[in-house]
Design a protein around this ligand. Structure first.
Ligand SMILES: Nc1ncnc2c1ncn2[C@@H]1O[C@H](COP(=O)(O)OP(=O)(O)OP(=O)(O)O)[C@@H](O)[C@H]1O
Ligand SMILES: [Mg+2]
Length: 479
């Protein structure tokens, strides 16, 4: 549990009472003597004190690796500090919308856990380092931050076993919630550079506003999906117990504009996950695909949109020869992705899937029947979700989103009848509902929708009649 950069020390008085002497002593004594004195003072204090102190450094001893434990403690204490500490530090990260308050240096905050009081203090010390890179080697002073946890020695067992676990877990969760989420897209392999940060994926910050509240679909189905996601995200122990990698596949299928891509954003926002948008056509071959998958982090959704169009995964093996004949340009042939169905199956199900925490895989398609059954069998795509045309329940969500209304005496009845009869996508319904100018009120938009639905209905009836006539003609010809 305690990682690099975490050291244990036992001293005997509070930090605050030493602060004045500390400043004086730093001025008077040279650094090498300070190290010597500190070692013995600490030892002496340990003999007379009943307190235990645990020190958590921000960086590892070599100063290279940032301690995850320190970050988690920092996050955990930021909530306590805002309410309890007298001196706070305010930071605003580049993309965050609000200020982040945290414990200032040399400040203390108390915490109570299972009736036991503990104290956290944040400190910063200056360490001497030799500047190796400079032509004239000289000493530089580096600030080293650390947190000290102090408590009575009779609670040692509980604090080290239960409390610290609790702090690290909670702090990690807070960190995940407040982190800036990313939308990744895969680079082509000639852009992969091991020495450059970023690796195989480029990213932008993910800020899609879709949520389950704004997603128009049957409310029961929506609740089911939300429950399923929550169960998955909390299922670490369960997945371990049943011996399955912690991952879940969702197949979203349905006609264009029914909200498949919107659903992915809603899922990511709901769980606080990153999104990896995998463009299969730019992946050269199966081995590249595996490497890309290995380079994804946990708490993420890996998405392959329009899986039926991405590659000819359905019958790649069968029609490959024919295809090769058709592709005359050698260069073009080289550029084509060689990812095969089995390569994709391996990448989803292979050993990689057990790496780096929980992962969701989402495929979307307009034509579910065209997909190879192996690709979407349960266990691989565990949940198949049909995104359907807009029915009345979904319409109500859209009307609330776009017009801010929950009912309309005259028009809701008519719309209810029409949307149950006409196949119109939520995207089209939304477009009709969106006011086109400030003068357009809810009624104007609803009337536009009614008109549009009626036109669609007439068109559908015409098409149906045409079909019936065609069938009749064929039947007559056969006789
Ligand atoms: N179920 C829905 N709920 C809310 N908005 C929706 C829904 N479906 C579509 N929309 C609206 O329509 C637009 C297009 O939807 P989206 O891109 O999610 O459809 P899609 O199913 O992914 O379509 P395609 O199959 O063409 O990729 C969205 O930006 C959104 O505003
Ligand atoms: Mg889409």
């Amino acid at each position: 549990m305690l990682e690099t950069g975490t050291t244990w020390g036992f001293t005997g008085t509070t930090m605050t009472s030493l602060m004045f002497f500390w400043a004086m002593y730093k001025q008077i004594f040279p650094y090498h003597l300070q190290v010597y004195i500190e070692r013995y003072v600490y030892k002496l204090m340990g003999w007379v004190s009943s307190s235990v102190h645990i020190k958590f450094n921000e960086y590892s001893e070599e100063g290279l690796e940032k301690s995850e434990a320190y970050d988690s403690i920092h996050n955990y204490l930021s909530t306590k500090s805002t309410a309890l500490a007298k001196r706070l530090k305010a930071n605003k990260s580049r993309n965050s919308r609000s200020l982040v308050l945290s414990l200032d240096d040399h400040e203390e905050v108390e915490d109570v856990f299972e009736g036991v009081k503990v104290k956290w203090s944040s400190s910063v010390s200056e360490n001497e380092n030799l500047n190796q890179s400079s032509m004239n080697r000289h000493k530089v002073y580096v600030e080293r931050r650390y947190m000290t946890l102090s408590f009575h020695s009779r609670h040692r067992e509980m604090i080290t076993k239960t409390y610290l676990d609790h702090v690290l877990r909670e702090g990690k969760e807070i960190g995940l919630k407040k982190r800036e989420r990313k939308l990744y897209t895969n680079k082509s392999s000639n852009e992969w550079c091991s020495w450059r940060l970023g690796g195989k994926w480029s990213n932008v910050s993910f800020d899609h506003p879709a949520t389950f509240e704004t997603l128009a679909m049957d409310p029961e189905k929506k609740e089911e999906i939300k429950k399923d996601l929550v169960k998955f995200s909390k299922g670490k122990d369960y997945y371990r117990k049943v011996g399955k990698p912690w991952k879940r596949g969702y197949l979203l299928y349905g006609p264009p504009g029914t909200g498949k891509s919107t659903m992915i954003s809603a899922m990511a926002n709901f769980l606080g996950y990153d999104v990896y948008d995998l463009e299969l056509t730019t992946v050269a071959d199966n081995s590249e695909l595996k490497k890309l998958m290995l380079d994804t982090k946990g708490k993420s959704i890996v998405v392959i949109e329009d899986i039926d169009c991405s590659l000819d995964l359905t019958g790649q093996r069968k029609i490959k020869k024919e295809q090769d004949k058709d592709v005359e340009d050698e260069e073009e042939k080289k550029k084509q992705s060689k990812v095969t169905l089995s390569g994709l199956l391996n990448a989803i199900d292979g050993l990689w899937s057990a790496c780096s925490g929980e992962k969701i895989i989402v495929f979307t398609t307009n034509f579910v029947d065209n997909l190879d059954p192996a690709l979407i069998r349960r266990g691989r795509m565990d949940s198949h979700i049909e995104m359907s045309y807009c029915r009345f329940e979904a319409f109500k969500v859209l009307a609330k989103n776009y017009l801010g209304i929950e009912s309309h005496d005259d028009l809701y009845g008519e719309i209810k009848r029409l949307v149950e009869e006409v196949n119109m996508s939520p995207a089209d319904v939304a477009e009709n509902l969106m006011p086109k100018s400030d003068e357009e009120d809810a009624e104007v938009c609803l009337k536009r929708l009614v008109k549009s639905l009626e036109e669609e209905k007439k068109l559908a009836e015409k098409e149906e009649k045409k079909e019936v006539r065609k069938k009749k003609k064929k039947a007559e010809e056969r006789h």
